[in-house]
Design a binder for this molecule. Structure first.
Ligand code: DGP
Length: 115
């Protein structure tokens, strides 16, 4: 499990590593996924480090609300406002970065074959 000191996404929040920020609010930032799976593929993350969405929800529900509202804002700005918001939780579900992030996917008609 990543600690904040060695967490890639914490370094995007702090500015220690550069990434293009496409949206932000009090508790969350948004940036493009390095390996986009759709015309719109942005990651929304809380500024504070939590491993997964359940940990975030328990510790800071207001920050989770800001993550979700930022997803909506990015989808409105960059697509037609319709999107899928995915929180992979745990390695078996495909989580590879253990700073909670929502994948905002859209900009096209989406299929449904997650498994
Ligand atoms: P997940 O597999 O759900 O943990 O998603 C992690 C996502 O993070 C994956 O889709 C690729 C993205 N990612 C990994 N490293 C970087 C990076 O250095 N920059 C950006 N922009 N995205 C990254």
């Amino acid at each position: 499990m990543s600690l904040p000191s060695d967490c890639l996404f914490c370094q995007f929040v702090s500015g220690a590593l550069a990434t293009e920020i496409v949206g932000q609010n009090r508790n969350a930032i948004a940036f493009r996924d390095i390996n986009p799976q759709a015309p719109l593929h942005v990651l929304v993350i809380p500024r504070e480090h939590y491993a997964d969405v359940a940990a975030l929800a328990l510790a800071n529900p207001e920050a989770l609300a800001d993550v979700v509202s930022l997803a909506q804002e990015v989808a409105m700005d960059e697509a037609d406002g319709e999107y899928r918001l995915i929180f992979n939780s745990g390695p078996s579900a495909g989580q590879s970065v253990f700073h909670v992030h929502g994948h905002v996917i859209g900009g096209t008609r989406l299929g449904w074959s997650p498994a």
